[in-house]
Design a binder for this molecule. Structure first.
Ligand SMILES: Cc1cc2nc3c(=O)[nH]c(=O)nc-3n(C[C@H](O)[C@H](O)[C@H](O)COP(=O)(O)OP(=O)(O)OC[C@H]3O[C@@H](n4cnc5c(N)ncnc54)[C@H](O)[C@@H]3O)c2cc1C
Ligand code: FES
Length: 285
């Protein structure tokens, strides 16, 4: 049944993985694209990257980090539940070609959408190096999965509990200096992608970033996802999500991501309140 959750994994208390029945999307989707979902009929639309695509089984995989109401609602769905709507595939696919030595850098949930990109880059004949980082070793995800299609997976943790003590950008810089790179691609929080782009700039290594501005329709109509790249206004949804990291106006992106913070905070408070009321109503029965 379309949109039904077939598999769920909890990676961390704030990070959930779903395999969802979505044959029409799985038929067409390519690495680097995304979907827009609504958890329920009155829910808001949120974009999520494709963490895998399986056209044979007719499934897509999604990873969600709980940051607000909709991601929290999604995280509470279980195998057998249905996601109300899934629109996609959206955006352009990541440009896959034989670049030579490709370094993929994942932060936060970003390591998961890199998985189909690593596979496609490997199939195109590239040497693939994946770099993932987290605050501590237990927060790292996708090391094993990325290892399936990477010649090497390099790890950094802030506290040194695994891999190099430091940031992904420290590992990236050292690897470029030692071995060079023909393409770097980063997926994750804007601040991480900004610093990856600043790291590669002096080496003049082409750097793709998968931008995550606020999106509403995902089809180029609302303008919510407006970003500035090389001084030109572009839409994250229809021109992206991948852009040249050296040309992105990062401050504009990050300030626009914060536009609705008070409303998002209020929505989360209302949601938590309604959950607490539901729980006490059940308790008093
Ligand atoms: C192309 C793209 C791919 C993405 N892929 C993933 C993914 O694979 N996994 C994942 O966990 N997250 C992904 N995100 C981010 C995800 O869409 C937001 O975390 C989610 O919308 C937050 O909604 P919320 O109601 O839970 O939180 P809210 O409390 O509403 O918002 C928390 C923060 O999330 C961001 N956000 C809120 N609404 C939107 C929106 N409609 N569009 C984009 N960002 C929003 C804002 O920066 C906001 O401050 C992606 C974003 C984009 C643009
Ligand atoms: S999300 Fe509306 S124009 Fe891109």
């Amino acid at each position: 049944m379309a949109n039904r959750i077939l598999e769920k994994k909890t990676f961390r208390s704030d990070l959930f993985f779903f395999v969802v029945d979505a044959p029409e999307i799985a038929k067409k989707a390519q690495a680097g694209q995304f979907v827009i979902i609504r958890v329920d009929e009155i829910g808001e639309r949120i974009p999520l990257s494709l963490a895998d695509i399986n056209p044979e089984k007719g499934t897509i995989s999604l990873i969600v980090m709980t940051v607000g109401v909709t991601s929290t609602k999604l995280s509470k769905l279980n195998v057998g539940d249905e996601i109300s709507d899934i629109a996609g595939p959206m955006g352009h696919k990541t440009p896959i070609e034989n670049y030579g030595r490709v370094i993929l850098v994942g932060g936060g949930f970003g390591a998961a959408p890199l998985y189909p990109i690593a596979r496609a880059m490997k199939q195109a004949g590239n040497t693939v190096i994946s770099i993932i980082g987290a605050r501590t070793a237990d927060l790292l995800i996708y090391e094993k999965e990325l290892g399936e299609f990477s010649d090497q997976v390099l790890v950094s943790t802030d506290d040194g509990s695994k891999g190099v003590k430091g940031l992904v950008t420290d590992v990236l810089k050292a690897d470029i200096e030692a071995n060079g790179a023909d393409l770097v691609m980063a997926v994750g929080p804007a601040i991480m992608m900004k610093f990856v782009s600043l790291t590669t700039k002096p080496y003049n290594v082409k750097t793709l970033v998968s931008l995550n501005p606020i999106m509403v329709d995902g089809t180029g109509m609302c303008g919510a996802c407006r970003v500035s790249v090389g001084g030109k206004t572009m839409f994250g949804c229809t021109d992206g999500p991948d852009f040249d990291g050296h040309l992105v106006d990062w401050e504009l992106l990050m300030s626009r991501q914060r536009t609705y913070l008070p409303e998002e905070k209020a929505a989360m408070e209302r949601y938590l309140c309604s959950c607490a009321e539901d729980a006490s109503a059940v308790g008093s029965r």
